[in-house]
Write a protein that binds this ligand. Structure first.
Ligand code: SAH
Ligand code: SF4
Length: 366
């Protein structure tokens, strides 16, 4: 059933069109081509679709009265047929230094997700979610601990970015980077995630360049291969956390399905095929994966690969007993990698005081 038909089947008075609880199709779920089709079905000239697109993605409009360059009947029709809001912002938490802002959103079915804005010098980086919950069950992750609820639609992913873009716009600022590192495993919701990025990437719309996006995956090997074949300019990060199968499987259950040798083979092929550097994520957990021997094992594993390692002290969660590493041990870990020729950065634990770790706020809300 087409988007238009499914909309037509529903009764939807105009005054409900902005209601986040409405079941109207979400406008951000549409590509420009799909919007053009809808506009054509309405008997409107094709340029109207582009005007609507620019209104949404360039001007960041979401209310009928904002779409001033549309005739009033068309404006009304647009908002009768489509919802412009599937995310109802709930709790907002700001870190003590006000550099990290986290928003909890209710979806139309009541599920909770979260998205985080991080301010760093001139950068305005968003961390967005792709699923409510996650099926991967990584033991130290608050999202993994809550289990899988559902995939987000491409529009629900897009709207997280538009929400913050509108807020930044009020201060004359823009989103500069998007990291797909919030709740969920993006490669377990591959299609919707990539469609969302394409929509935000569109030069006639939001126009955020591919290189401004980073997708982080737990290591779904077939999807890494698929992503590599698409030869996109989007950055790829892989959550490694352990350099031997026994340890990695105990932390990341998916490792039993895609063990380290198959994962690293896919990563090497990705670098060969795309010429792009890959990032590895490593949450440092005291006495679990933060010893000099862990660092040496990792250095051997990554030898000769065009890559970069981000280490971040674990953000402790309720249902995992592991503790964060110390600053000294993180520094020693970094040094071993650097001496082996592998660039490594110690990342800050941003927003610890506001539970800005992956899924911590939403798992409480659920
Ligand atoms: N599912 C994807 C992306 C979301 S998680 C993935 O796993 O890569 C984003 C990053 O946060 C991953 O590297 C993940 O391992 C890490 N992470 C999850 N819980 C964490 C915690 N409690 N402390 C530190 N890092 C954590
Ligand atoms: Fe899912 Fe990533 Fe959390 Fe693992 S770390 S449970 S893949 S969100």
């Amino acid at each position: 059933m087409s988007i238009v038909n499914s909309a037509r089947d529903q009764k939807h008075p105009v005054d409900e069109s902005l209601n986040a609880g409405s079941v109207l199709p979400l406008i951000y779920d549409l590509s420009l081509q799909q919007l053009e089709k809808v506009v054509a079905e309405w008997g409107e000239p094709a340029y109207r679709a582009r005007q609507i697109w620019e209104g949404i993605y360039q001007h960041l409009w979401s209310k009928p009265e904002e779409f001033t360059f549309l005739p009033k009947p068309l404006r009304e029709k647009l908002f009768t047929w489509f919802s412009f809001s599937a995310l109802a912002p709930g709790m907002v938490k700001s870190s003590a230094d006000r550099q990290t802002i986290k928003t909890l959103f209710r979806l139309r079915d009541g599920r909770a997700i979260e998205a985080v804005l991080m301010l760093y010098e001139h950068r305005r980086t968003l961390c967005i979610s792709t699923q409510a919950g996650c099926a991967m069950g990584c033991v130290f992750c608050a999202t993994g601990q809550m289990g899988f609820k559902r995939n987000l639609s491409s529009g629900e992913i897009v709207e997280q970015v538009l929400y913050y873009a509108r807020q930044l716009n009020l201060q004359g600022e823009k989103v500069s980077n998007v990291v797909v590192m919030g709740m969920g495993e993006p490669f377990h919701n591959y299609q919707n995630t990539l469609e969302a990025i394409d929509r935000l990437n569109d030069a006639q719309g939001f126009n955020l360049g591919s290189r401004r996006f980073t997708i982080s995956t737990v290591g779904l090997v077939p999807m890494i291969r698929r992503f590599a074949a698409e030869k996109r300019q989007i950055n790829l990060a892989v959550s490694l956390h352990a350099a031997n199968d026994e340890l990695r499987s105990s932390m990341l259950p998916i490792n039993r399905k895609y063990p380290i040798n198959s994962l690293l083979a896919a990563c090497r092929d990705y670098v060969d095929q795309t010429g792009r550097r890959i990032t590895f994520e490593w949450a440092l957990i005291r006495n679990v994966n933060d010893t000099p021997e862990d660092a040496r094992q990792l250095a051997r594993l990554l030898h000769g690969l065009l890559c970069h390692v981000n280490v971040i002290p674990l953000n402790p969660t309720n249902r995992y007993s592991g503790q964060a590493t110390t600053r000294e041990r993180a520094e020693a870990f970094r040094q071993i990698l650097e001496e082996a020729g592998i660039p490594c950065t110690i990342r800050l634990r941003r927003g610890i005081d506001i539970q800005a770790g992956c899924g911590q706020l939403a798992s409480q809300a659920e």
